[in-house]
Design a protein. Structure first.
Length: 134
């Protein structure tokens, strides 16, 4: 059982960690290029600020939906959360980005560490070419 668990975690570290790392880079870049129109309109109220996507949610129950997106504004280092729904107008909330930024940096550093550890360990380890008899 121990060998299967090690292989399972090895596959996760080999494939899932780089995928999550790539998504942590891709999602904010994609949002900057194809921004949600409601968020783009709300962020237009902050001139001379660069908005970087932190997190977002979409909830749908029946015909009702709610969508939110959190952005960090640079250089002022404020968090802006844009919330809109099918029955509610867009709402802008400001707050401190400390916890969200800390969470994203933690995910990013763990994924980099797992990916680097796996690939460095497997590059430096010599192959096991011992003959195993019957």
């Amino acid at each position: 059982m121990d060998v299967r668990v090690n292989r399972f975690f090895g596959l996760i570290v080999k494939y899932a960690a780089p995928l999550v790392l790539a998504l942590l880079i891709y999602v904010p870049v994609h949002d900057a290029i194809h921004r949600w129109p409601t968020a783009a309109e709300a962020l237009g109220k902050y001139p001379n600020q660069t908005a970087i996507f932190l997190k977002g949610t979409i909830k749908s129950v029946g015909g009702e939906w709610t969508r939110s997106a959190s952005y960090i504004l640079l250089p002022s280092f404020r968090e802006v959360k844009v919330v809109a729904g099918s029955n509610a107008p867009a709402e802008i909330r400001e707050g401190s980005p400390f916890l969200d930024v800390l969470t994203v940096l933690l995910y990013f550093s763990v994924m980099i560490w797992l990916t680097a550890r796996y690939w460095i360990a497997h590059i430096s380890r010599p192959p096991n070419n011992r003959w195993r008899g019957p």
